[in-house]
Design a protein around this ligand. Structure first.
Ligand code: ADP
Length: 441
């Protein structure tokens, strides 16, 4: 049977899910790894393959990998990492951000201290401070994202990425090229300090790159014609999983009720607004270019956790009269500061007055979070995003029936549970849909 494998490298764990042409799951695997220790990445990748039953491996037609966005590394010309990775949350020094500001356009996503571009600039500065002879020996260096390097281990072609991972590197996802301001800067750095760093060639996510290395096909008993497809980021993969497709329809939206509250919508209009931390991932379909627009509020489960255990959350939620609005008007935040749908780094949590009854208090919290979610979608609409058709819900809060009922009062669209929640499932869909219906790109 023809099967498709999605591999997800998240913050703490790696997962793999194999699906068939209908999207039915045939096998799953997990492996804990340390994102900071690159030696564990390879072990995790091969363990996931090994954990697949032999008949699944034999049927694999395509594999794709998603991983954390803006986790990057530098390799030598053979693909050997020259240092430990810079992970998504690592913030570069203020001088590096100031340097990026001198050549990147104002308001661009790359101006954040955690962007892949800031990490590239920092990596070049570190190499320039290092051993000159070693730099010449290793040249050219390759700058890769986590998913790029893991895919490289499978297909063996160094220097390939996808336009979801490359967004925070400054890749121009509208024109499908690196912008001149970035290539000029890289060239001038090469002339200044003789450090040659190759940026990855960027593919459409899901597009077949190359066949699995023959030695790996043989070692793991995987179908010898198995394709390795360009990957994506973990949050985009999670959207695909929730919506049940890597080619979502316009207006499909996903709310993730995890530690934070994240909303995403598949829109015909691209939105980028660094104030709100808003950016758009490109989605190519047969007919048109769509955009996955997303924004994240700091409200969410982390605040609930400050007051309730998971058991209490369930117990008290079951007693909430969800059809009646709560009169309590909060802005639940775990600490100072909010980005979306209000941009205010100084916004303080508003959690008073606090009633004695925990059920009443929780009702107020969930009602206020539902209002923030609705305000988030309203902001996206007012900035030009396509209207919402339906909202899939994912994350720890999705199982809370009272919260769903409260949200239904504030969001005038159908609320549906996520089709699947594992990012690995979304990446399996990406591989499957691109192999079954390859696009002419
Ligand atoms: P993340 O992956 O963002 O850390 P999860 O999707 O695993 O988050 O969800 C965890 C969050 O879900 C926790 O912050 C917890 O407070 C919240 N949570 C757990 N159970 C419930 C529930 N029954 N109702 C609402 N929220 C819940």
């Amino acid at each position: 049977m023809n099967l498709y494998l999605g591999i997800d490298f998240g913050t703490s764990g790696a997962r793999a899910i194999a699906i068939d042409a209908e999207g039915v799951i045939h096998a799953t695997a997990r492996f804990e790894y340390s994102i900071r220790d690159i030696s564990t990445w390879e072990a995790a990748l091969f363990s996931l393959l090994e954990q697949m039953p032999l008949e699944v491996r034999q049927g694999l037609q395509a594999i794709a990998v998603d991983a954390t966005s803006a986790t990057v590394l530098v390799t030598d010309a053979k693909g050997q990492p020259v240092s430990q990775p810079h992970i998504y949350s690592d913030a570069c020094d203020a001088q590096i951000v100031a340097l990026v500001k001198t050549f990147a356009p104002q308001g661009h996503t790359v101006l954040s201290a955690t962007s892949s571009l800031a990490k590239l600039v920092q990596a070049i500065a570190q190499l320039a401070d290092g051993d000159r002879a070693k730099n010449l020996l290793n040249a050219p260096y390759y700058f890769l994202h986590q998913a790029d390097w893991l895919s490289f281990l499978l297909h063996g072609e160094l220097g390939i990425s996808d336009y979801h991972n490359a967004l925070k590197l400054g890749y121009d996802v509208a024109q499908l090229c690196y912008p001149d301001w970035l290539t000029y800067w890289l060239e001038s750095e090469f002339n200044r300090c003789q450090i040659e760093v190759q940026l990855p060639k960027v593919f459409v996510p899901g597009k077949a790159i190359a066949r699995l290395k023959p030695e790996l096909a043989q070692k793991f008993g995987i179908h010898p014609h198995c394709w390795i497809c360009a990957g994506t980021t973990d949050s985009t993969a999670a959207f695909f999983a929730s919506a049940g497709s890597s080619v979502p329809t316009v207006g499909a939206a996903v709310t993730s009720l995890g530690s934070t509250l994240v909303v995403k919508i598949c829109s015909q209009v691209r939105l980028d607004d660094p104030r709100y931390g808003l950016y758009s991932h490109r989605l190519d379909t047969d007919r048109e270019i769509l955009w996955l627009v997303g924004g994240g509020s700091n409200t969410g489960g982390a605040v609930l956790k400050q007051f309730f255990s998971d058991r209490e959350l369930q117990e008290f939620s079951d007693r909430i009269p969800a059809s009646q609005p709560s009169h309590l008007d909060y802005y639940p935040l775990p600490s100072k500061g909010e980005r979306f749908p209000i941009y205010d780094p100084d916004l303080l949590p508003r959690l008073t007055p606090r009633p004695d009854d925990p059920v009443e208090f929780l009702h107020g919290l969930l009602e206020s979070m539902a209002k923030i979610e609705a305000r988030g979608y309203e902001l996206l609409r007012s900035l030009g995003a396509s209207p919402i058709a339906q909202i899939y819900t994912a994350g720890g809060g999705a199982k809370n029936a009272a919260w769903t009922d409260i949200r239904r009062r504030h969001l005038a669209v159908p609320l549906v549970p996520a089709i699947q929640t594992e990012a690995a499932y979304g990446t399996a869909l990406l591989a499957q849909q691109n192999i079954l219906h390859p696009q002419s790109m």
